[in-house]
Design a protein around this ligand. Structure first.
Ligand SMILES: Nc1ncnc2c1ncn2[C@@H]1O[C@H](COP(=O)(O)OP(=O)(O)O)[C@@H](O)[C@H]1O
Ligand SMILES: [Mg+2]
Length: 357
């Protein structure tokens, strides 16, 4: 946990403030706006879910927030501040300082981030040695402590193992250990359990929950799977075509969503208690081509409620009246039409009583 409030420009500010963030790739076929004007805030100790279909811009948003986007052929606009420190336009040295002490990220596939020919203990120790200047012995002791913290059995033995000798779940635990090595105030997890089997997924997600409480971190949990965020986040932002189309407290987004896309996502998500033979709805049509985004709402071509206005004018985020709950839609669903009362599914199946408020 960072206590460097002396460097904070504005101590009253939320821990993370993202304002009108844009990420545009310069491609051979023209500019591709992968993130189009995203704004949100995250407090200390809060957990935020970022959800959306594949291709909706979650990973590009995550990498841009972390300052990990390469600088060639990409233009980033807007602002990202951690504890008052600006990321957009920061120098390599400034970013390193922030990565070392304030924020860390874990990715979907640990194998692409772990070095297959280096023992895992050494990989954890390296970041302690390089970033925190620990001696070799100190780093080893701390690495074993971290392996224990993330629930790896026989940590002394595993310290000597190569990544390929561990299961997928264990490798993700190692990645979490590496991410936690520098006591970050924010852990950003991009699809941390996609590709793992269901039991292991639950174990990793529970571990993240536990660690958040123990270490008092903020967490951003990025996933295409709404079932993952239902019980594990305080707030959610829903992304479509690089923009936020709905945001609010988790409870409000699940029970009182207004954006038809949010409902479509909910209806296409396997429920925790859903029998596996229950047929899920798929969202009709395809995600839009970001190189040819139309003027209006990007979801309009797939939306059963779309009118002419939807394809002509883009709706901005409007407040629902419930604290912090916003949606971008010209023909929003009303409160009663939430799928709680529908015959096809119910937020109850997500563990309604457990959905965080
Ligand atoms: N380096 C890149 N160059 C050009 N387009 C990219 C690049 N990286 C991602 N994109 C595009 O940005 C959009 C958002 O991608 P991504 O953030 O990976 O989606 P998600 O994580 O939600 O599945 C996609 O259309 C993707 O093709
Ligand atoms: Mg992604």
């Amino acid at each position: 946990m960072s206590t460097e409030t002396n460097q904070n420009n504005n101590p009253d500010e939320d821990f993370l403030v993202v304002e009108n963030l844009t990420t545009t790739f310069n491609t051979a076929r023209g500019p591709l706006p992968a993130v189009g004007g995203v704004s949100f805030r995250l407090g200390h100790n809060e957990t935020l879910g970022v959800v959306g279909e594949s291709g909706s811009g979650k990973t590009v948003l995550s990498r841009t927030i972390m300052g990990l986007q390469p600088r060639t052929n990409v233009e980033v606009g807007g602002s990202v501040r951690f504890d008052g420190h600006e990321i957009v336009g920061a120098t390599e040295a400034e970013l390193r300082e922030i990565w070392g002490t304030k924020v860390a990220m874990i990715f979907q596939d640990p194998m692409t981030s772990l070095n297959p020919v280096t023992k895992i203990g050494k990989q954890i120790g390296e970041s302690l040695h390089v970033r925190l200047g620990m001696s070799k012995d100190e780093a080893k002791a701390r690495a074993i402590e971290l392996l224990t913290l993330v629930g790896i059995p026989s940590p002394e033995e595993r310290y000597e193992a190569y990544p390929t000798q561990l299961s997928g779940g264990m490798r993700q635990r190692v990645m979490i250990a590496i991410a936690l090595a520098c006591n970050p105030s924010l852990l950003l997890a991009d699809e941390p359990t996609t590709g793992l089997d269901v039991t292991i997924q639950a174990q990793i997600l529970n571990l993240l929950d536990e660690l958040q409480m123990k270490l008092q971190m903020s967490v951003i949990l990025v996933t295409h799977d709404l079932g993952v965020v239902a019980t594990r986040t305080d707030r959610i932002i829903v992304m479509y075509a690089g923009r936020v189309v709905e945001m609010g407290r988790t409870k409000d987004v699940f029970k009182d969503h207004r954006m038809p896309y949010t409902r479509a996502l909910l209806e296409s998500t396997p429920r925790v208690s859903n029998p596996s033979h229950t047929r899920l709805k798929t969202i009709p049509g395809r995600p839009p081509n970001l190189l040819k985004l139309a003027e209006g709402c990007a979801f309009a071509p797939r939306c059963s409620r779309a009118t002419e206005k939807c394809s002509q004018e883009r709706p901005n985020l409007e407040p629902t009246g419930t604290d912090g709950h916003y949606f971008a839609c010209w023909n929003p669903l009303d409160n009663q039409s939430a799928p709680v009362s529908s015959s096809t599914g119910s937020t109850k199946e997500f563990g309604e009583d457990n959905v965080r408020s």
